[in-house]
Design a protein around this ligand. Structure first.
Ligand code: NDP
Length: 244
């Protein structure tokens, strides 16, 4: 199935590394004009070397006002991937206020705010659009030492559903993808321990974690017109049929 994005403008957050970076590159390859948003300038520099058509925006998305300023001239946007995310392992009894605020400010609040900015423009132009929030299997499953991360992704799933409900009258679709472990920088942080990863993989009948491209392909499908009647969906990319 060929998916083309020619003539469309896409914003991808957390585009410096991992899933976000691969999504930005795939969208550019599919003909979209891509705006890559992340907070580390060096990542944007290397991304642009790799794909000179991509437009960089450097901002810490956990800063509400800085996000407004950075995205105020972003222009008409058709597609948004809310991918930037934060994760840190901490046993529930040791969770700190700082950890909680950091995680929710990027995984939930920033996703809400960037979507507000983009959807206001979509609504004003009357052109519709598609938004994909990058959630996680952790939204639906209890993972040890992941209390804050699981809670933040659960919140993101409900945000997706309410956004889908409220934005549908403007022909703006909102869906989420919920991957299992992907061995990016974030994935390695949680799952490099072979004992932990073996246990997790034992619940995945295909016997492996997801690859970055598995996730990117699902994002591209949900962004595209191939999913034109799919709205408010929480799409697992996890082969977790056997997960307890
Ligand atoms: P990476 O750590 O590889 O990349 C995350 C990107 O988000 C980085 O470019 C990072 O920039 C950026 N980012 C983080 N915080 C901010 C911020 N405050 N402002 C701007 N940019 C920010 O992670 P992944 O690619 O693995 O994760 C992408 C998404 O996928 C996340 O939402 C994650 O929760 C989700 N996910 C990941 C899974 C996995 O196993 N990897 C599984 C399920 C879901 P910097 O490096 O400069 O901080």
């Amino acid at each position: 199935m060929e998916i083309a994005f020619s003539g469309q403008r896409a914003v991808v957050t957390g585009a410096g590394k991992g899933i976000g970076r691969a999504t930005a590159l795939a969208l550019a390859q599919g003909g979209a004009e891509v705006i890559a948003v992340t907070r580390t300038q060096a990542d944007l520099d290397s991304l642009i070397l790799e794909c000179p058509s991509i437009k960089p925006v450097c901002v810490d998305l956990s800063d509400w006002e800085a996000t407004d300023a950075a995205l105020k001239d972003v222009g008409p946007v058709d597609l948004l991937v809310n991918n930037a995310g934060f994760g840190m392992l901490q046993p529930f009894l040791e969770v700190t206020s700082d950890h909680f605020d950091k995680c929710f400010s990027i995984n939930v609040k920033a996703a809400l705010h960037v979507a507000q900015i983009v959807a206001q423009g979509m609504k004003a132009r009357g052109t519709g659009g598609s938004i994909v929030n990058v959630s996680s299997q952790a939204s639906q499953r209890a993972l040890k030492d992941h209390a804050v991360y699981c809670a933040s992704k659960g919140a993101l799933d409900m945000l997706t559903k309410v956004m889908a409900l409220e934005l549908a009258p403007y022909q703006i679709r909102v869906n989420s993808i919920n991957p299992t472990v992907v061995m990016t920088k974030m994935g390695r942080m949680g799952w490099s321990d072979p004992v932990k990863s073996k246990e997790m993989i034992s619940h995945i009948p295909l016997g492996k974690f997801a690859e970055v491209d598995d996730v990117v392909n699902s994002i591209l499908f949900l962004l595209s017109d191939k999913s034109a009647m799919t709205n408010g969906v929480i799409l697992p990319v996890d082969d977790a049929v056997a997960m307890p």
